[in-house]
Write a protein that binds this ligand. Structure first.
Ligand code: PAF
Length: 282
């Protein structure tokens, strides 16, 4: 069994712990999370440990990235369980700040990334990327890591974070790590825990429908027709509704007409009250 993971809760404690490791000549890798950890998060910790000598995970369920009608209150929380998992993956330190540390009274600043955050998820969840960009900027400035690790599962979020680090000259390497999947292809997500057994069976179809769409577009079918067909297949498979299936430029997420540029397929669909997202390189 791994030793219990040290936990710090204030910016001063975090900075002191990191400064001590820098004194020892260690590089710092940061893995921001909202907890409810699964193998996808642990793969980020392992990547941080491969890349850097000291891995810090953060656990903060960020209220600013949830709209009032979303699942902030029921988002799964288990700090002790998460700390055990992090330690088993080789994490060295957990930073778990209270809300008042991240957003003290009088907090008045937001980080807004335009362009890449305005479409797809940004259209469906208009508050979301502002909340993510604000908290991630704070976490990066609090820890000042050499590198920070994010899953490609949240592909648009990864692009938004790369953009903010570039635009704000934050001296950190943003590393995207591959999506981890269940045996039937479903992308791992903390929200999969909300699915009933029946919904869980339907959820796996998302991955298959996206693969079929990739095949169709490679076979020469027009992008908009492939998107519409994938949308129909998801509804026929039992998804309650589909927010989007989109084949976009992989760097800008702007619409494309054909596969003459690097492309990504991205999808978001509902099963009952649970919203699933996924994406793949085309
Ligand atoms: O991907 C997540 O878990 C969150 O959006 C993040 C990056 C930890 C910010 O709260």
């Amino acid at each position: 069994m791994s030793a219990p993971l040290p936990i710090v809760r204030t910016v001063a404690e975090l900075r002191a712990a990191i400064a001590a490791k820098r004194q020892e000549g260690k590089t710092i890798g940061l893995v921001p999370t909202m907890g409810a950890l699964h193998e996808g998060h642990l793969s980020l910790v392992r990547a941080a440990k491969q890349h850097c000598r000291f891995a810090v995970a953060t656990l903060f369920v960020n209220p600013k990235q949830f709209a009032p009608h979303e699942d902030f209150d029921r988002y799964p929380r288990d700090e002790a369980g998460d700390a055990t998992l992090l330690a088993s993956a080789g994490c060295d330190l957990l930073y778990a700040p209270e809300r008042a540390v991240m957003y003290p009274d009088g907090f008045a600043t937001s980080v807004l990334v335009s362009s890449v955050s305005t479409m797809l998820e940004g259209q469906m969840r208009p508050h979301f990327f502002g909340g993510v960009a604000t908290v991630v900027t704070k976490l990066l400035l609090q820890a000042m890591p050499d590198a920070a690790f994010f899953g490609e599962k949240d592909y648009q979020q990864l692009l938004v974070i790369k953009q903010l680090a570039r635009d704000l000259d934050i001296p950190v390497e943003i590393v995207g790590c591959p999506t981890m999947r269940e045996h039937d292809g479903l992308a791992m997500s903390s929200r999969n825990a909300y699915l009933s057994a029946d919904e869980r069976r339907v959820a796996a179809r998302l991955n298959f429908v996206m693969h079929d769409a990739i095949k169709a577009v490679h076979a020469g079918a027009p992008v908009d027709a492939v998107e519409a067909e994938a949308n129909r297949h998801l509804t026929a498979a039992g998804f309650t509704s589909v927010d989007y299936v989109a084949i976009r430029n992989a760097d800008t997420l702007k619409p494309i007409a054909s596969l003459t540029e690097p492309a990504r397929i991205l999808a978001a669909a509902w099963l009952g009250k649970t919203r699933l997202i996924d994406n793949m390189a085309v």
